[in-house]
Design a binder for this molecule. Structure first.
Ligand SMILES: Nc1nc2c(ncn2[C@@H]2O[C@H](COP(=O)(O)OP(=O)(O)OP(=O)(O)O)[C@@H](O)[C@H]2O)c(=O)[nH]1
Ligand SMILES: [Mg+2]
Length: 338
């Protein structure tokens, strides 16, 4: 952050970094532009903000009409307990994995660059969904100009690699370079809660918690050794996991792994005098409070919230009375009182 920015600007920037919803991000970008001090030292920053506003406005304007910019949306609105994107070199098995995990029928092909546009889907983990977005291959041979738009609201990424392919290390190094040019960096630490990793110097750097997924494990004998070698050579310090869409190895564990890594917390609500609604949890993250749940229940409700009654799993009785700042846990039942 440049020095001598105003507290107003700092507040808008901090909120922008936390925001996931594309519309909210656009509003906050406008607020950043409004509040950024207009002098020589912030010219770069002003230009960056303007570019992001332009890109996001065009994105949110809906389907494009003609020419090179026509096509389906490239920003996928987050849904479910979290959004995770599939990154990888061409032909590494992203779409096949997407289909196996979400039933999307995302088109797979035995040739590179099959996928051209984002394809959302849901991984079911117990009673929640984690959104998984299939993306085109990332490679300097085939630039994807909107890639930063497509990943900026993601909570994490699966970097899908095919370790049976001889060129895979070079491809991963190339992918890391392509992403770096768009200020996207893959990091190994997952938040396990409501804090997002951000770069204190630059609000537009995207730090993407990443799990390397070796697809096509059925084709490789010493997969763990291969994976370790790949991460060493590509200088990737991130967790790894081997799967095979062919024989099912490692597939079942992925959803629960993401649930943990994202720090998903399910909260069930109830109406006074009625049993809790156990069919549809509200999902927040570790560290989130009663107030955050109230926002999800209804935006206006949060203003009027007086207190809540809370039951932990297995507890009966009258429930404990808690305030809006009380930190909720997975499985809590909440009765909100206005
Ligand atoms: N043996 C084996 N082959 C697989 C597996 N997963 C995918 N494949 C094959 O790998 C090829 C590429 O699969 P895709 O899922 O289209 O790969 P992609 O990464 O989406 O490719 P692009 O969209 O072109 O980047 C296809 O021929 C798949 O059948 C697997 O687990 N085992
Ligand atoms: Mg694909």
């Amino acid at each position: 952050m440049p020095t001598n920015v105003t507290p107003e600007y700092k507040k808008a920037e901090a909120a922008y970094k936390r925001a996931r919803e594309p519309r909210e991000r656009l509003d906050l970008l406008r607020e950043m532009l409004r509040t950024v001090p207009k002098h020589k030292g912030t010219e770069h920053l002003q230009a960056d903000i303007k570019t992001r506003i332009k890109e996001l406005t065009e994105e949110l304007a809906g389907p494009r009409k003609t020419g090179a910019r026509s096509g389906p949306p490239t920003v996928i609105k987050p849904d479910g307990a979290g959004q995770v994107v599939l990154l990888g070199p061409p032909n590494s098995g992203k779409s096949t994995l997407h289909d196996v995990l979400t039933g999307s029928h995302s088109a797979a092909g035995a040739y590179p660059f099959t996928t051209q546009f984002p394809q959302p889907g849901m991984i079911r983990v117990d009673d929640v969904g984690i959104q998984l977005v299939d993306l085109p291959a990332i490679s300097s041979q085939h630039p994807v100009p909107w890639i930063a738009n497509a990943v900026q609201q993601a909570d994490g990424a699966l970097l899908v690699v095919d370790v049976s392919h001889p060129g895979c290390v070079a491809e991963v190094v190339d992918l890391i370079d392509v992403l770096a040019a768009r200020k996207i960096r893959l990091i190994g630490s997952w938040p396990e809660g409501n804090e997002r990793s951000t770069d204190p110097e630059d609000p537009f750097v995207i730090l993407l918690p990443t799990l390397v997924v070796a697809a096509k494990a059925d084709l490789v004998d010493e997969i763990d050794a291969e994976l370790e070698a790949l991460c060493d050579l590509a200088e990737l310090d991130v967790p790894v996991h081997a799967v095979s869409a062919e024989d099912g190895e490692g597939i079942e564990g992925l959803g629960p792994w993401l649930f943990e890594a994202l720090g998903v917390v399910r909260v069930y609500t109830k109406i006074p005098g009625k049993p809790p609604d156990l069919g549809r949890p509200y999902t927040v993250r570790l560290g989130d409070t009663v107030e955050r749940v109230a926002v999800l229940v209804h935006k206006d409700f949060v203003e009027r919230l007086k207190f809540a009654r809370l039951w932990r799993p297995g507890e009966d009785g009258a429930g404990r009375q808690v305030g809006r700042d009380y930190v909720v846990r997975d499985g809590d039942v909440l009765e909100l009182h206005a």
